[in-house]
Design a protein around this ligand. Structure first.
Ligand code: GLN
Length: 535
């Protein structure tokens, strides 16, 4: 029988609930259990695809083209659990399903209500992975308990536990135990109150994970246990990790969180196999140098906007045993005159994906600087398109070259709308999305990095390299290093006579894991290390 763990958060958002959920998944897998992970998000958007990064951070793309919450990235990076579009269930999707059924007459004669119709639909999704091949499903709820919009989910979780049997279901609640500097104390009241809210809804948490800056004393732990009605052995603290987030799985394992869940749910599990994580942490904590890399984007103040990109850069550092210092550069402040100053000392320059005109010219200046000064360059999606525009303008002499996303009347639309996008009217879920094959050309940097001829990478875009300009750009020295074999779309561009200059139309960052760094990120950081050494 498949067991279930629900993970909720209290007191404040941004406690790192997604990361903690991913770590729990990793630990249970390390104990030999077959785990699935899913996220329930209370917002009304059917998926995360229509939200900008300011609202909700990066849109994470799954292999099957789902546009999802970025927490799914944590799940995929830390575990082997298959993650697809159905791993992220929003209120919007739940309501959409129920309303579609209502229109088809599925509830004929009935009044359709939050309880039971919405809650039943949620429960059906909770069970989507149940079966003999799955030992345990982790379901994380977005937001904070007490949020109005999360109520139907909490009610569904409660009902589910009631029906599924409490012995087969566990609730993990992540809370904050703040430290008050003025009085020099850790405070347990917010935790008590947030568990109070849970209990009002009818949910008694089994495990409390208390986020703290300082270790909890046994006395505090006992107090929290007593007032939250949770067994003492199930109260954990999760301190801010000292050096690296990769320490977290080991920290939680040492605290016994995996064992607690295994015990509570009566699961049979083996000893923890965490050698790979231990080795990883050792590598991260003992780098053999540092390297400076600029990420030129529009959301510089938001760490979450390019979450997977930053993570994948880190992985590239791990592969090369160096610490990567990422410098977030605001594209809007960059131009040809100040690029030298703003990018001074950078051993690598990366332009991530993006939409809309803001910051485009600054990104073009960054690419120009990288090309002319032989600084390793790595462009992701929009970052490849920018590289093509820059090359067309300054090498191929098409001075007004642009993407038709940014200019309607350019005579050189070197980047243009994909054919099958021309009649698209709806904005939700209609981009070119998900994994697509890419065939790599012999002798290119990409081919060397991947060590394979055919790869699969995830996409999320509407515009593409315009094949009408292909031969002209190739003549001037642009290298088409990767092609979609079915559609003849240019997926990778490189430059000859440059230490590393690779632009990819896809998002390789979604396939990079700390234990399995993406080959292109590893190659980019390697080139940056060489650049740093040579100076
Ligand atoms: N805006 C560009 C497009 O739609 C790039 C998209 C991206 O970087 N994800 O093609």
């Amino acid at each position: 029988m498949t067991k279930h763990v629900f993970i909720t958060g209290g007191v404040v958002s941004s406690l790192g609930k997604g990361l903690t959920t991913a770590c729990i998944g990793a630990l249970l897998e390390a104990r030999g259990l077959r785990v699935r992970i899913q996220k329930f998000d209370p917002y009304i958007n059917v998926d995360a695809g229509t939200m900008n990064p300011f609202q909700h951070g990066e849109v994470y793309v799954t292999v099957d083209g789902g546009e999802t919450d970025l927490d799914l990235g944590h799940y995929e990076r830390y575990t082997a659990a298959p993650i697809t579009r159905s791993s992220n269930i929003t209120s919007g999707r739940i309501y959409h399903n129920v309303i579609s059924k209502e229109r088809k007459g599925a509830y004929l004669g009935g009044c359709v209500q939050v309880v039971p119709h919405i809650t039943n639909e949620i429960k059906a999704h909770i069970r989507q992975h149940d079966g003999p091949d799955v030992d345990l499903v982790l379901s994380e709820l977005g937001g904070t308990v007490g949020d109005i919009e999360g109520m139907a989910f909490m009610e569904a979780f409660r009902q589910f536990a009631y029906e599924n049997g409490r012995e087969n279901t566990a609730f993990v609640h992540l809370t904050l135990v703040p430290y008050l500097r003025s009085s020099g104390e850790l405070k347990t009241k917010p935790t008590q109150q947030s568990v109070g809210v849970l209990r009002q809804i009818g949910v008694q948490p089994d495990v409390l994970v208390c986020r703290t800056e300082r270790p909890l004393t046994q006395e505090m732990r006992d107090k929290i246990a007593m007032f939250c009605n949770v067994e003492k052995q199930y109260v954990f603290d999760e301190r801010d990790v000292e050096h690296s987030i990769y320490e977290l799985p080991l920290q939680l394992q040492q605290a016994g969180l995996d064992e607690a869940l295994i015990r509570r749910l009566g699961l049979k599990a083996g000893p923890a196999k965490l050698d790979a994580w231990q080795d990883l942490v050792h590598r991260v904590l003992n780098p053999q140098g540092t390297v400076d890399i600029a990420v030129v984007g529009k959301y510089v103040e938001l760490k979450d906007a390019y979450k997977s990109v930053y993570e994948a850069i880190d992985h590239g550092g791990i592969a090369n045993r160096v610490e990567v210092k990422v410098h977030r550069i605001n594209a809007e402040e960059l131009n040809d005159d100040n690029a030298g100053k703003m990018l001074r000392g950078m051993a690598g320059i990366l332009v991530p994906g993006g939409f809309g005109e803001r910051g485009i010219e600054g990104k073009i200046s960054a690419v120009r600087f990288a090309r002319e000064n032989r600084v390793p360059y790595y462009g992701l999606c929009l970052g490849m398109q920018i590289a093509v525009i820059e090359f067309a303008r300054h090498v191929a002499g098409m001075t007004d070259a642009n993407s038709s996303e940014f200019s309607r009347d350019t005579r050189h639309p070197v980047i243009t709308l994909l054919k099958d996008q021309r009649n698209v009217k709806d904005m939700g879920g209609t981009m070119r999305l998900g994994a697509q094959p890419c065939k790599l050309a012999e002798g290119t940097a990409s081919r060397v990095a991947y060590g394979a001829e055919l790869v699969q990478e995830r996409h999320r875009h509407r515009y593409e390299f315009n094949n009408e300009f292909r031969s002209r750009l190739i003549e001037k020295g642009l290298v088409v290093a990767g092609l979609n074999p079915d559609l003849d779309l240019v997926e990778i561009c490189e430059l000859k006579d440059h230490p590393f200059f690779v632009g990819v139309q896809f998002h390789p960052e979604f396939q990079s894991k700390p234990l399995k760094p993406h080959p292109l990120f590893a190659a980019f950081v390697k080139a940056a290390v060489e650049r740093a050494k040579s100076r």
